[in-house]
Structures are given as C-alpha cells and as structure tokens.
Design a protein around this ligand. Structure first.
Ligand code: FAD
Ligand code: PHB
Length: 394
C-alpha cells in the first residue's frame, strides 16, 4: 500500500471534478483527481452542449475559456415550435442582455484536462476500486488501485464529483440522506450528425409524435434528439428511421428543411429528476450529478455542476486560507437553492414539451395553452428566458 497526501481528494474527472481542481490550483490549494475511465473516454463522451452565461464567465475568468471564445457559438435565443409554427424567445431582449453559448461538454472537459496537465497537477485516469473512508473524521482517506499498485490518499476534504452512478453518495449512510426523485415515462434518442446546421438557433418542438430538439455543436455538426420510449432498443432505430422522425417532428410548412448527414454517434438517455440532501456528510462534499440529476430539456445538468463547484471552491479557499468553516457549513444550503430552481425549470420544460403515455385531450390542451402563453406573453417568455440563460449567482 503506497501512501499519498493532498488537501482535497477529488473523485471524478467530469466538468465538476476538473473545474474544482482548476479553481483550487489557482489559489495554490493542492488536490488529486481520480477518474475511473480513460482520458480518451472522458474526452469523447458526448453529453450536454449549452453553457449559461455565468458558466461561460467563470471559465473565462479562470483562464480556460480561450478555445471556447473562438469555437463556441453564442446564441441569443431559442425557438419553440408547435402547431405548425415557430416562435422565437429572444434572450438579450428579455433578460437585460444575457445569452448562452453552445460548446460541447467534452470540449469543456478537454480544455480542463489540458490546463491540469499543463500545470503539472495530479490527475489519474483509469484508477480502480475507489473507496472513501473516515469522512466523519477530520482525516478522511481515499483508497484506490492504479495499475498493479494499491494507494491510500490522505486528505483534509473529499469532493465527490463522480456522477450519478459514483461511489461517493453511496458512502453516506441512508439515514443521513433524503432523496427526492421522479422518473419520466420516456427517454431521448440523440444523434450527432456530420451535417451543417440549417437553423441558427436551437429548436424545441412539441409534436403529436413526441418531442424533438434541434441543436448543434459547430458550423459542421448537428446534434438532434427525439423523444422515445424509456426502454427503447437503439437497434430498432436505423438512421433512416431517425431522420424520418426528425423531419416529421421538426419541419413545418414554412419551407425550412433539416439537412441530413452521416450519423457519427447515437444513444438513448433516460430522463430523471433526482436530488440528494444534504450535499455533504462530514468532510465529504458532493457536487454535480453525484448529488442531483435533471432531465436535459432545460439544458441545466452541466451548468449546475459548474455552479456547485464555484460555491465549493469558494468555501474551500475560505477554509484553507482563513480557517473559515462557515462557508463549508453553508455549502449544501447555498447550492440547493439553485439546484431546486433548476429542478423546477427542467421538470416544467419537460412536462410542457413531451407527450406522456396515456395523455388525454385535457392534458394536451393544457400543454397547448401553456405553450401559447409562453410565446405570447412577455412575462411568461421572460420567465423561461431568465431560467434558461441562468439566474445570477447569489
Ligand atoms: P460526470 O460528467 O458524470 O462526471 C463524473 C465522472 O466521475 C465521470 O467521468 C465518471 O467516469 C467518474 N466516476 C464515476 N465513478 C467513479 C469512481 N468510482 N471513481 C472514479 N471516478 C468515477 N445534460 C444536459 O444539459 N444536456 C444533455 O444533452 C445531457 N446529456 C446527457 C447524456 C448522458 C448519457 C448523461 C449521463 C448525462 C447527460 N447530461 C446532459 C447531463 C450532464 O452531462 C451532466 O449533468 C454533467 O456531466 C455533470 O457533470 P459531473 O462532473 O457532475 O458528472
Ligand atoms: C445539446 O445540444 O446537447 C442540448 C441542447 C439543449 C438541451 C439539451 C441538450 O436542452
């Protein structure tokens, strides 16, 4: 057993773990990041694509925004499409000048991995048997295996940034955790296609065949999703069937056409809302998907992970530099306020835009009425826009 020591042991090299490590490094606080997957895997994993303005600002201020500023696509609105027509929600106009940036999660991850390596800081990919110990004490430890070697990492604090299926949340005794959850009766089938976008902004489409989303990653790559059954077998979805469904759900009589192209990636993602409270147990702090999940309809998952670690980094800087414990004590409550706003917004967008199995005419008329209201009332549109671009940090 080889012994190591650091100030903050970070489990998981997703956006949460990598950004936390970076923010701590800028303040000369030592950390070790442990990731079970390979570097190649985490850098290729296609997930979220929308950054709130506050997330963009944090990445810029912390010096990892250079490529995002060059390659990210700044969007000033989205389109909501239903009943055969599109309706634009103008973000700057409704939010006092705020907007979003389309930049893939794996690009954020690549930029953060590069910054970590350039700084010469410890980041281990492909580690196994990760387990946390003694988090109730002020000397927590993380054990893991790296190749043939067994390690024990002594820490002052452990950050559980290991996603929904990680081990950190599971290390908290169930009596100390309250869990709130909704599982939705549908999933998203997503594709990445080598097809230049033919629309400048994202399109959220409510359609009798089910929800569809038109998004993009670059001037050459389109990202598209359709609502499918939760247990959908991807093998039943040859590319032609996916395109057919996308054309049917996204195109209206205005003549706009979706461009097809080779499918580079496809997958089915389940839809869930989930919050574990509090986001802390002893010296173990949970951040990002380890503590909460939102359905992707509000584009909030990665942004919440970034918002959590902004708060956690601030609290840890106070702790290590000024021996302050108040910020760490407030960590969970501070984050949960934003988390529950995003939970509500994501649930609301999901409920408004999807077809639910067994829906009757009453339910569908309520959805249509809500959609009509959102695109015709300035205050309703402003509420959507304010949540979508991200509320200011407390
Ligand atoms: P993650 O990105 O999950 O990172 C956690 C890391 O921990 C992973 O790299 C994992 O390999 C590692 N890990 C896990 N267990 C261990 C362990 N025991 N030891 C060491 N490391 C471990 N959000 C959207 O807004 N839009 C989307 O379209 C969208 N699509 C998604 C598709 C999928 C398939 C998934 C799973 C999520 C999607 N999300 C989407 C959500 C968004 O990607 C997440 O909210 C975001 O990744 C959260 O970042 P994170 O760092 O908290 O967690
Ligand atoms: C994406 O581009 O992957 C994306 C965009 C908006 C969402 C979800 C996913 O709401």
């Amino acid at each position: 057993m080889r012994k190591l020591r650091t100030q903050v042991g970070i489990v998981g090299a997703g956006p949460a773990g990598l950004l936390l490590a970076h923010l701590l490094h800028l303040e000369a606080i030592d950390s070790v990041v442990l990731e079970s997957r390979s570097r190649d895997y985490v850098e290729r994993r296609v997930r979220a694509g929308v950054l709130e303005q506050g997330s963009v600002e944090l990445l810029n201020e912390s010096g990892v925004g250079e490529r995002m500023r060059r390659e990210g696509l700044v969007h000033h609105g989205i389109e909501v499409r239903f009943g055969g027509a599109g309706h634009r929600i103008d973000f700057p106009e409704l939010t006092g000048g705020r907007s979003i940036t389309v930049y893939g999660q794996q690009e954020v991850v690549k930029d953060l991995v590069a910054a970590r390596i350039a700084a010469g800081c410890e980041l281990r990919f492909g580690v196994g048997d990760v387990a946390v110990h003694d988090v109730e004490s002020d000397a927590p430890r993380i054990s893991f295996r790296d190749g043939a070697d067994e390690f024990e990492l002594a820490c002052d604090v452990v950050a559980g940034c290991d996603g929904f299926h990680g081990i950190c949340r599971q290390a908290i005794p169930t009596a100390n955790l309250s869990v709130f959850e909704r599982v939705y009766p549908f999933a998203w089938l997503g594709i990445l296609a080598a097809a230049p976008p033919t629309h400048d902004e994202l399109i959220y489409a409510y359609h009798e065949r089910g929800f569809a989303l038109y998004s993009m990653r670059s001037p050459e790559i389109t990202r598209l999703y359709i609502q499918v059954a939760p247990d959908e077998d991807i093998a039943d979805w040859p590319d032609e069937r996916i395109w057919q469904e996308l054309h049917a759900r996204l195109e209206t009589s205005d003549g706009w056409k979706l461009r097809e192209g080779p499918v580079l990636e496809k997958g089915v993602t389940g839809m869930r809302s989930f919050v574990a409270e509090p986001m802390q147990y002893g010296r173990l702090y949970l951040a990002g998907d380890a503590a909460h999940i939102v359905p992707p309809t509000g584009a909030k998952g990665m942004n919440l992970a970034i918002a959590d670690v902004r708060v956690l980094a601030g609290a840890l800087i106070g702790f290590f530099k000024a021996r302050r414990t108040d910020l760490l004590e407030a960590y969970s409550a501070t984050c949960l306020k934003r988390v529950w706003r995003a939970e509500h917004f994501s649930w609301w967008m999901t409920s408004m835009l999807h077809r639910f199995p067994g829906d009757d005419g009453f339910q569908q008329r309520l959805q249509r009425s809500q959609l009509d209201y959102v695109v015709s009332s300035r205050v309703a549109a402003a509420s959507l826009a304010e949540n979508y671009v991200g509320l200011p940090f407390a």
